[in-house]
Design a protein around this ligand. Structure first.
Ligand SMILES: NCCCNCCCCCS
Ligand SMILES: [Mg+2]
Ligand SMILES: [Zn+2]
Length: 343
């Protein structure tokens, strides 16, 4: 399986993450991607390619122009205000307030985000663009006949809405890729989010559409991020009714239980007969992940990959979460190796 990777992920070097009332070193750090890349090479998964530059057009098929230009100028606007730290949103249009775009950078940060743990810094824009290009390059490989490809994206994307950043995400790489499949002629695309957290951005982007089926397995939002979306009664709306599915699990969920959800998702995908499958691949389902509460083991990821291969669909993997850096390489490549064995 080919991997697409860009060293420009290293432009994403935030030094702060608001957590527990203090600014900690971010969980979403450069060593995540470097460790995965090292394991891809060690396991000889396949060629590692640099991304092509697709520009902003494919990004703008999913994200709004005002959001994209906000992200592009945010750090410069923040610096121009002489702020001492990293750009962190701290005020939002709460209930009963107005959802209009303010002029001030603090107001715009709140308008275009849904969470405060994700700081924007110099280089964030470059890294987010490179991450989208990594996804689009891997998507093109699959669209042009590769049975599967791995987009080693960093920063991740599945929490990003059309005009919201948060959860360490800026551009929704999985959504951008699914839209690219559609724009290149795919009639139906399925996105399966196996990250520990609900793919709230991906759900929201396609929520009223039936041409992209979105399914996510995740920790109960009543207990974990993103808290305000991802419940099982969210099934889509309008034309999209019936084309979104959330499978929610409690603390301590082992693979034995989690795989039942995977089976449900795979059966739904098979019935949908998509032309392409995008897997939003987070491995924060791991038993030792520092911010999550499932109990999957490294060996379980081989079985996960095998089951996904049985769908026998052109498949794009976009890297999402996973924060136990010591285990992330093994766990990610185990999914991909399991997939290769299962094909
Ligand atoms: N105390 C941990 C809070 C984490 N909040 C953001 C989580 C984003 C996961 C991305 S896959
Ligand atoms: Mg998920
Ligand atoms: Zn996650």
């Amino acid at each position: 399986m080919k991997t697409v990777f860009s060293p420009l992920h290293n432009r994403r070097t935030a030094t702060t993450e608001l957590d527990g009332g203090v600014l900690i070193a971010p969980h979403e750090k450069p060593s995540r991607a470097e460790t995965i890349l090292g394991r891809v090479k060690q396991e000889q998964l396949g060629d590692v390619l640099a991304p092509d530059d697709f520009g902003l057009e494919p990004v703008l098929r999913v994200h709004t122009p005002d959001y994209v230009s906000f992200l592009q100028g945010c750090w410069e606007d923040w610096e121009a205000e002489g702020k001492p730290g990293e750009a962190i949103p701290a005020v939002w249009p709460g209930r009963g307030m107005r959802e209009r775009l303010p002029k001030d950078i603090d107001g715009r940060l709140g308008y275009y985000s849904f969470a405060a743990e994700t700081s924007i810094t110099e280089g964030t824009w470059d890294a987010a663009c490179a991450s989208a290009n990594v996804a689009l390059t891997a998507q093109a490989l699959v669209a042009n006949g590769e049975p599967a490809a791995f987009a080693l994206c960093r920063p991740p994307g599945h929490h990003a809405h059309a005009d919201l950043f948060g959860g360490y995400c800026f551009f929704n790489n999985a959504a951008i890729s699914a839209q690219a499949f559609r724009d290149q002629g795919a009639k139906r695309v399925a996105i399966l989010d196996v990250d520990f957290h609900h793919g709230n951005g991906t759900q929201a982007i396609f929520y009223q559409r039936s041409d992209v089926l979105t399914i996510s397995l995740h920790g109960d939002p009543d207990l974990v991020f993103p808290h305000f979306l991802g419940f099982e009664d969210e099934t889509g709306e309008g034309d999209g009714n019936g084309y979104n599915q959330n499978l929610v699990y409690p603390p301590g969920t082992p693979f034995k239980v989690w795989r039942e959800g995977l089976e449900t998702a795979c059966q739904r995908i098979a019935e949908y007969h998509p032309d392409a499958l995008v897997i939003a691949l987070g491995v924060d389902t791991f038993e030792d992940d520092p911010i999550s509460f499932f109990k999957l083991t490294s060996a379980d990821y081989l079985l996960m990959g095998e089951r996904l291969a049985e769908l026998n669909l052109p498949t794009l993997f976009t890297m999402e979460g996973g924060y136990d850096v010591d285990a992330i390489g093994v766990n990610v490549v185990n999914v991909l190796k399991g997939f290769e064995c299962g094909r």
